[in-house]
Write a protein of this length. Structure first.
Length: 183
């Protein structure tokens, strides 16, 4: 999922932006939604340095839109950004990527399963290299990495070796298993 804010949209440009987004969304794999994040109206002024006076020219409006794309691909994102920027008079404030809650939970479970299997495989390798019999697991520690830059999915840290913590990168689960080893 990608979200970004479009800043400083003038009313005349708004229809063009929404139209461009709608056209890009047609036939796209990802669903695109557009919502108004904020609207502000402020005086438009001009300062005359010779007379040291400020003259009110009228009012200016700023509308900030939030654009969300589901099932985003790099091609779809590029297409959406291009179509919006081509309308002119628009600035993109930020682009944020995140995963939907169900996806985060599913990927966390998959990460835990893989990390546990990797740790168990490493333990078997060491036991074999030491010509020892691998006993039962006596402890397990996990470092969960928050993979969602948009919002918070919550992560938990459990004590573990510092080297293990450094080796975990975003999108991974690091697991330390301690086994009883019998020679």
């Amino acid at each position: 999922m990608a979200e970004w804010k479009l800043l400083q949209i003038r009313p005349a440009s708004l229809n063009q932006v929404v139209s461009a987004l709608s056209q890009t969304a047609n036939g796209a794999a990802g669903a695109i939604s557009v919502t108004t994040d904020s609207i502000s109206v402020s005086p438009a002024t001009s300062f005359n340095s010779k007379t040291q006076t400020t003259m009110r020219l009228g009012y200016q409006m700023q509308q900030v839109l939030r654009v969300s794309i589901q099932n985003v691909t790099s091609q779809l994102l590029a297409s959406v950004v291009d179509s919006v920027v081509k309308t002119g008079d628009v600035s993109i404030g930020s682009i944020n990527f995140g995963l939907q809650r169900g996806t985060v939970q599913r990927m966390t479970l998959e990460g835990r399963t893989r990390a546990t299997a990797d740790a168990a495989g490493t333990a078997r390798l060491y036991a074999q290299a030491l010509d020892a019999e691998l006993g039962s697991v006596i402890s397990l520690a996990e470092l969960s990495v928050n993979t969602s830059p948009v919002g918070s999915t919550g992560g938990s840290e459990m004590p573990m070796d510092n080297n293990m913590a450094r080796s975990a990168s975003i999108g991974q689960q690091a697991v330390t298993l301690r086994y009883l080893c019998c020679p």
